[in-house]
Write a protein that binds this ligand. Structure first.
Ligand SMILES: NC(=O)c1ccc[n+]([C@@H]2O[C@H](COP(=O)([O-])OP(=O)(O)OC[C@H]3O[C@@H](n4cnc5c(N)ncnc54)[C@H](OP(=O)(O)O)[C@@H]3O)[C@@H](O)[C@H]2O)c1
Length: 376
């Protein structure tokens, strides 16, 4: 199920706090960073905060710049992004500024919470999601029902922690402020729990006054059949590699990346790499990994086109090579059409031997692009 691109946005003290314990909101960002946040808000379809942030900070969550709002209108978007909050309890102040500023709002809650929600303004839609709130269901609802493609999450720590730990955050935008909080009971950006092993990818650093913006992307593949945000990043890279293939009228252009469970890239490859006219992308990538590498057992192979199930040019097809390498998870964008092999079902071969296969159709267009001359 497609979900929006989720960006987590927060300002944090040097000792990792989101706020202090005083009654007023602690201002961490510099003026230049507040302006950047306004720009990001203007670029998204929706902004989400947890009910804890509404109770603690009473935020408006608006696009403050009149020029940016005008640009949104000119582009056919609503003046303000949709405002979204989540509360299991339904314990919400109907006078909070969140409800009385900006455009449409959505409250996701539980069945029990829905019974306790106070009377809210008419532009608020209350969506009960059952006995508990499942983030994937919430994001799917935002995508499918509200048309949200980019979601900015502005805290607090409880919400950020869950989205990151569940592999649903595509990027992290952290503004680090040069001050300390030093209070052990103050809210932290990230709580305890199971995070991805390994390092995230640094995408950008930018000084903004006396704060520094850092943008990171998670790198660890998902485990099992559910896609994680990092799966989309790696599959996008595989699709970009496909564009590097020497053109051919008799074979697909495909890119592949092999990634360990902790997000370390083990190898990458593409079709017809290194002057070999018949080498396939997965074959080229796997050939670069030591056969005894223990990380292969927990690795994921990303391939822009599903691994082949049969081939004439080599004794083993790519689905077989992947299984023989010990890899048990494959993520692909495009099921193989009948152009060269009728009824090819590499995914079926993989699943038949116990591998997890994830197909991300939202990247199919990118995988097809270097092959348009073959498939129209
Ligand atoms: N520095 C920054 O950039 C920044 C940004 C935002 C917030 N903050 C700070 O963060 C603090 C608030 O953080 P917080 O962690 O307490 O609150 P929070 O993350 O904003 O909200 C937590 C609340 O959201 C609801 N919720 C979260 N996950 C849920 C789930 N899976 N199912 C159902 N409900 C769920 C619950 O509401 P119910 O309790 O109603 O069930 C929960 O208590 C404040 O001090 C604020 O100033 C700082």
């Amino acid at each position: 199920m497609p979900v929006p691109h989720v960006l987590l946005s927060a300002a944090v003290s040097l000792d990792g706090y989101l706020d202090d314990t005083g009654p007023d909101r602690l201002l961490l960002s510099s003026p230049a960073d507040f302006d950047r946040v306004d720009e990001v808000r203007a670029s998204v379809d929706a902004i989400l905060v947890g009910a804890g942030t509404i109770r603690a900070d009473n935020p408006r969550l608006l696009v403050n710049s009149a020029e940016r709002r005008a640009a949104r209108r000119a582009a056919g978007q609503p003046e303000y992004p949709l405002k979204v909050t989540v509360s299991a309890s339904g314990d919400l102040d109907p006078d909070a500024r969140f409800w009385h500023t900006g455009g449409d709002k959505v409250l996701y809650t539980t069945d029990k919470g829905a019974a306790r929600v106070p009377r809210l303004p008419a532009d608020t839609t209350v969506v009960p999601l059952g006995p508990d709130i499942d983030w994937r269901a919430l994001l799917t609802h935002l995508h499918d029902v509200r048309g949200v493609r980019r979601l900015m999450v502005e805290g607090g720590g409880t919400v950020h922690t869950q989205l990151l730990q569940q592999g649903l955050a595509d990027e992290l935008q952290l503004a680090v402020a040069p001050l300390f909080v030093g209070e052990p009971t103050a809210p932290r950006l990230f709580g305890p729990g199971a995070y991805q092993a390994g390092r995230l990818r640094l995408c950008e650093t930018r000084p903004l006054g006396d704060t520094v913006l850092m943008r990171y992307e998670p790198t660890a593949p998902g485990a099992g059949p559910l896609p994680h945000a990092a799966d989309r990043h790696w599959l996008r890279l595989a699709c970009e590699l496909a564009a590097l293939c020497p053109p051919s009228d008799t074979a697909f252009s495909v890119g592949a990346v092999v990634v360990a469970a902790d997000g370390t890239e083990l190898a990458r490859g593409h079709s017809r790499e290194g002057g070999d006219p018949v080498v396939h992308a997965e074959e080229a990538a796997l050939a670069k990994v030591d056969v005894g590498d223990a990380r292969l057992a927990g690795a994921t192979v990303y391939s822009s086109l599903e691994p082949c199930a049969r081939r004439a040019s080599r004794p083993r097809a790519c689905a077989r090579l992947i299984l023989d390498a010990g890899v048990r998870r494959v993520v692909t964008a495009w099921r193989e059409p009948d152009t060269f092999v009728a009824g090819a079902d590499g995914c079926g071969v993989l699943v038949g031997e116990g591998a997890d296969v994830v197909v991300l159709p939202e990247l199919e267009g990118m995988a097809v692009r270097p092959n348009r001359h073959l498939v129209g």
